[in-house]
Design a protein around this ligand. Sequence first.
Ligand SMILES: [Mn+2]
Length: 308
Amino acid sequence: MSENTVGGRYERQVVALGVAAGYGAGNPACQDGPAVLRAMGFLDDLEAARDGFRWEPPIRLETPGVIDRLAAVTSIATRLAERVGALLAAGNFPLVIGGDHSCAIGTWSGAKQFLGGHAPEARLGLLWVDAHMDSHTFRTSPSRNIHGMPLAALLGQGEPRLTAIAGPAPQLLPADACLLGVRSFERGEAELLASLGVRVYFMDEIKRRGLPEVFAEARARVCANTVGYGISIDLDALDPDEEPGVGTPVPDGLHRRELVDVLRLAHCDARLLALEIVEYNPYLDAGFATAQAIHDLCRSLLEPCASI
Ligand SMILES: [Mn+2]
């Protein structure tokens, strides 16, 4: 990747990829999130950034009306993994905009496949910013909604059609993953993460220590034994008093400003491979506050970097 490093700063184009994923949730409303963002022009100002930002054609279900939700999620994730892998191979920075969180299976399987193309043993790190753990399997999930399972699938747990989307499971090792912002979970998924030894930074720890310190520690963990890492942001990690337009609101979340600030620093590190922002529900958004949050998070990727 060194050929893309200019004067200590990593130069790459941010490429937004909308994913109309809705079959992972009980309510498919989030599948319209990326189309609403684009139609309303919420990220248009980013396209004026010098060589900084462009949209790819969106990913949506090829055969609408399919009612097998597992097949629908698998189809979208498989094509998303291919697109993310191709964008990374071309030296771009994929910005995946969901859709429900089931699309993460595709995003990060694609990133892992890209890393594996350089060296099969290359490991992927992942920061999972979310009010929930998303670590169910069909065996533990009360709802059986797949957007509650993507982290487990990436860790190689549960349904085989979800764990090996773009290459053999697991895509992610427990030591290379951290969750941030968790404040709503069920016993089965908590037990799975505990048994695997995945570090969870619950919301109360973040409030006590502050996001900058916790984020830096989590980032160091997921970078320790990996060649690159990603960040998956479920918008429900944010406080619904500020950002109501999310799939599953939970009170007492992160503030938009603090998450924007840590991303402004993180994007300047070439080890950050991609960012994913999911679970935007435009029908619950009040005055497009949550759309503005997505804008601000995306804008942070285009902030100038100080020389490193
Ligand atoms: Mn989630």
